[in-house]
Design a protein around this ligand. Structure first.
Ligand code: GRF
Length: 199
């Protein structure tokens, strides 16, 4: 399983995946390339330090479809079969998503379908929920709505702020993303509508 990881920022999920792959915690997986749409993404340096190939495909001033087409070409040129979104902050075009059917995976910092979109942790905090968490899911053409692979719950404490809650969710994200990829790499699953069934 050759992974291509898309980032826009600090890249802590990307780092967790790379470290797991390099530590043999995802048997059969290899990180072929990390792509950032931002030249100054902090995650780029973390990937390079780990000896992973990085490519910057700048989004500024480019049409989405054209930008995505270049990302797609780069992924294919590197033999990628699973695309991991890890804090990639630009919506992907329908054409790109269709060209990697059930091969794009994302992590979202809430228990979907609650709180899709931006600032999910703050949305959950402001709503007053007692339990939130994170979700690893396949990407389809609807925002944060593809088949759910794994979820992890995180309790909201009385003295939490949106920031402390986000930090506790992030800790769980790293393990959850790695576990989801480990299970996808094993290959024993099927997708039935919105459900991912491990066999
Ligand atoms: C994470 O909270 C992830 O759930 C969301 O974007 C953030 C990325 O953080 N999709 P990082 O770049 O992986 O540290």
């Amino acid at each position: 399983m050759k992974l291509g990881i898309l980032i826009s920022g600090r890249g802590s999920n990307m780092t967790a995946i790379v470290d797991a792959v390099q530590g043999d915690a995802i048997p059969g997986a290899e990180v072929a390339v990390v792509i950032s749409d931002k030249p100054d993404a902090a995650g780029l340096e973390k990937a390079r330090e780990r000896g992973v190939k990085t490519v910057v495909i700048e989004r500024a001033g480019r049409k989405r479809a054209e930008h995505d087409a270049e990302i797609g070409e780069t992924l294919r040129a590197n033999g990628v079969d699973i695309v991991c979104l890890a804090g990639y902050m630009r919506l992907l075009s329908p054409g790109f998503i269709r060209s990697f059917p059930n091969k794009i995976i994302n992590i979202h910092p809430s228990l979907l379908p609650s709180f899709p979109g931006l600032d999910a942790q703050k949305q959950a905090f402001d709503h007053g929920v007692r339990i939130t968490g994170c979700t690893v899911h396949f990407v389809n053409e609807d925002l944060d709505a593809g088949a759910i692979i794994l979820q992890k719950a995180v309790e909201v404490a009385d003295d939490d702020t949106a920031e402390t809650l986000s930090a506790r969710i992030l800790e769980q994200e790293h393990g959850l993303y790695v576990e989801a990829l480990r299970r996808i790499a094993e290959g024993n699953y099927r997708i039935e509508g919105r459900r991912v069934i491990f066999t």
